[in-house]
Ligand binder design. Structure first.
Ligand code: SAH
Length: 347
């Protein structure tokens, strides 16, 4: 099958075999990129129109007990200026976001044992109380079923936990031996079972990644049926073992965004900050390839530079209001608009 036939088959069946995905990825060229991008954008338009949903991202701690080899805030990086936001700062940040129009908040952080269940439940309950009309998304890494359940009961609706890579062998190359793909997947199924709208995802161009790995990622996503999939290029951080590894490309990232859109027309698909970091118009390209979510930074400016997962991360200097203006201009420049609603998955 040639590229057009493979893309047509994906369009029709919303899935391909492992071999076919590998072929589609390996043989991609400008022509197939344009073809799949148009189909994908067209399907996103049918479900979500010209709307792009903004989520206010609050990076509430950069302490982390894990030592993922790719991540700038890994435990063994002693050069990080570590910070934690307390409950009142987090709430104040949400209030600022709400006043700017945000109705969807994402709390993300390293895996920080300081935020035990009771504290995290208090924080979520306080946000829920002040903002009954907002979606609360958590991205706190791996926790117990009991913990996920308590946070859900306190008012969290969504949870982002990228599987990172669906190949056990590849997972081990990116993580210390204390971590496992099996546990990561178990967490994802627990979250789903509890009733969260679940998001997963992976880095594009992660060290040692092959087209077979990416095909496995796509097949795992088909099996999990998440409501959200966050993918962005790997970008090296100078204080990690992967400091000399090359970044992923915008070209492969947008190609995969289009594939994901054709696998599920309803998916919430962010055009990520890392995509905007490797290319000035990366986020716009992501939207045009089929993405429909952006995650502007709401974290207090004083800590933004310290949540450095990778080098040269954009948007670390501006106030939330400036970020909002910059992003809406960018989205409008390509014919789309930011819609400040909760931005739920449309069934
Ligand atoms: N501790 C949470 C949040 C992790 S940060 C968790 O474990 O889920 C969110 C995502 O950033 C990660 O899942 C990872 O895919 C991505 N990330 C980390 N380091 C990166 C890097 N160097 N380049 C690009 N993305 C990175």
């Amino acid at each position: 099958m040639n590229q057009h036939e493979l893309i047509d088959k994906l369009y029709k069946n919303q899935i391909l075999s492992q071999d076919e995905f590998v072929q589609l990825i390996n043989n991609r060229d400008e022509d197939s990129q344009v073809y799949i991008g148009q189909l994908a954008r067209c399907e996103a338009d049918k479900v979500y129109g010209k709307d792009v949903y903004p989520r206010g991202l609050i990076e509430y701690t950069n302490y982390c007990k894990n030592d993922c080899l790719y991540c700038g805030i890994r435990a063994s990086n002693s050069h990080v200026n570590r910070y934690r936001l307390n409950q009142s700062t987090i709430l104040e940040t949400c209030h600022q976001g709400y006043d700017l129009g945000y109705r969807s908040f994402v709390l993300q952080g390293g895996e920080d044992p300081y935020y035990k269940d009771e504290l995290m439940v208090d924080i979520v309950a306080a946000i829920r109380k002040d903002f009954p009309d907002c979606a609360i998304t958590l991205s706190l890494g791996e926790r117990s079923y009991k913990s996920y359940q308590a946070l859900y009961n306190a008012g969290a609706n969504r949870y982002l936990l990228r599987h990172e890579t669906a190949s056990e062998e590849h997972y081990q190359k990116l993580h210390p031996s204390s971590m496992s793909l099996a546990h990561r997947k178990e967490c994802l199924y627990h979250l789903k079972d509890i009733g969260y709208a679940v998001g997963t995802g992976f880095m594009v161009g992660a060290p040692y990644q092959t087209a077979e790995n990416l095909a496995d990622d796509l097949l795992f996503i088909k099996e999990l049926e998440p409501k959200m999939v966050g993918i962005g290029p790997f970008v090296p951080h100078h204080e990690t073992p992967f400091k000399d590894m090359p970044s992923g490309t915008a070209e492969l990232t947008t190609f995969l965004i289009s594939i994901l859109r054709l696998m599920n027309h309803h998916l919430l698909l962010p055009s990520t900050t890392s995509l905007g970091t490797i290319e000035p118009t990366g986020r716009e390209q992501g939207i045009l390839a089929g993405a429909n979510v952006v995650m502007p930074n709401l974290s207090p400016v004083s800590v933004r530079g310290d949540y450095e997962l990778y080098d040269n991360k954009i948007c670390t200097g501006e106030e939330a209001a400036e970020c909002k203006g910059c992003l809406s201009r960018r989205i409008e420049s390509i014919g789309y608009r930011l819609n400040y609603c909760r931005g739920d998955y449309i069934e």
